[in-house]
Design a protein around this ligand. Sequence first.
Ligand SMILES: Cc1cc2nc3c(=O)[nH]c(=O)nc-3n(C[C@H](O)[C@H](O)[C@H](O)COP(=O)(O)OP(=O)(O)OC[C@H]3O[C@@H](n4cnc5c(N)ncnc54)[C@H](O)[C@@H]3O)c2cc1C
Length: 485
Amino acid sequence: MGDDPSIVIVGSGFAGLGMAIQLKKAGFHDFVILEKNADVGGTWRDNTYPGCACDVPSHMYSFSFELNPGWSRMFAPQEEIWAYMRRCVAKHGLAEHLRYGSAVDAMEWDDSAGHWEVTVADGSRYTPKAVIAGIGGLHIPSYPDIPGLERFAGAAFHSAEWDHSLDLEGKRVAVIGTGASAIQFVPPLAEKAARLHVFQRTAPWIQPRPDIRFSTPMRRALALPGAARAFRTAIYWVLEARSVGFTVDPRLSGAMKKVALDHLARQIRDPELRAKVTPDYTIGCKRILLSSDYYPALTRPNVDLVTDEIAEVTETGIVTASGSVHEVDVIVYGTGFKVADALTGQRITGRNGLKIQEAWADGIEAHHGVTVPGFPNLFLLSGPNTGLGHNSIIFMIETQIQHILGCLRLLSAAKGRAIEVRGPAVRRFNDRVQRRLRRAVWSQGGCRSWYLDENGVNRTLWPGFSFEYWAGTRRPDPADYTVTR
Ligand SMILES: Cc1cc2nc3c(=O)[nH]c(=O)nc-3n(C[C@H](O)[C@H](O)[C@H](O)COP(=O)(O)OP(=O)(O)OC[C@H]3O[C@@H](n4cnc5c(N)ncnc54)[C@H](O)[C@@H]3O)c2cc1C
């Protein structure tokens, strides 16, 4: 295969790999996958913190076309998910398409030639007809804006860049943040550290995590014809039912709230600690977390939960607004990711020199989260408003892959040079999305989450059931697109 392919996929996480497999299945073999790192995996390569696992059951958090009856647990750990992805690479012969150490620096559409010019940081260039960006949204670590962070003289790292060379045994450790990653690594960390200070700004809603281990007989049963598919389907509908309260009416979330409050009452007896970890906003406004060992970790004698606002970081520790000083050896940031920057930071130039930042001056949006007017033959995976609070992102990614294949088929059937989404179609689609989001729990639930941009507009989540997205997205409507010869 030459290095001037007709399609470039950027990124080799679930999105890039899924796209590559489906391209091959559809008979498109002339593509490369540019990956800035030295291996595939994205999220599941980078996040190696203790306790890292998916929080959507693995039978659903995997490709529908690559079922795995052998998952060891309901929520597989990071190494197992990463190994699954590498197995997919081997099985589908993707190695020859992968170009590691290829950080895409810029992309520019050449309208006269009808191709993209993709520039890689190492100086290499590609001129594909189409680009599919699977760059993910959760990979730029976000640090809190706290005075003195750089002054701290001990070790400090983000959960997505875990420093395994550091032995935390017997150390005094501060964890900043109590989101999805932190509640996974706090329990194992609490067992190692001499003292653990967990700094919480907002209490998360937490439900029990039914993390059963699949015994050998269970795995054998799941390997029977149709069993893994049936199990996946059952999980899908259980998870989907959760979104009724998110999207239709938060009052319908009463049962979910009760499950969370009962869980809290069972696991934390101390009324003072209980009050500290009881959320003060509607359940679902932020991602509902699953854990059966986080609350017990907080009750350990060597752990203290600090809800006082952090005032500053000094050379030796953390000072809170009330003046209390927490001396520590290590700070771990469990403060999430810069979601919007992942897309808006890209150097992408479309037709007539239009920069993606100009196209998104009023906020990021795309048609079905996939295509943007002014950017022919460019497709986004995990794009704006395609995230979910309640089900597997891989379901959404697979739907986008079908949409992209549909666009490529339209292009090839018309023997066209370029396919571009029409502005009015994007307007209609996003007006509908934003209308629904305005009355949804993420805007009305009394919390401020990373789902919202700096103007309080939700540019992250899909507002409805995931099957609605599937029904409306998987086949592109030819009337929404212009194909030029
Ligand atoms: C700790 C953690 C747990 C999660 N658990 C779940 C879960 O249980 N369920 C769920 O639905 N979702 C979960 N998510 C969300 C998760 O990110 C998505 O489910 C999914 O993995 C995203 O896949 P992706 O391919 O879109 O992005 P990523 O996995 O982020 O992959 C993007 C790839 O693109 C590469 N890349 C980026 N920019 C460039 C560039 N300029 N040039 C070349 N390569 C580039 C990156 O190196 C990376 O390999 C979790 C996220 C985290 C961080």
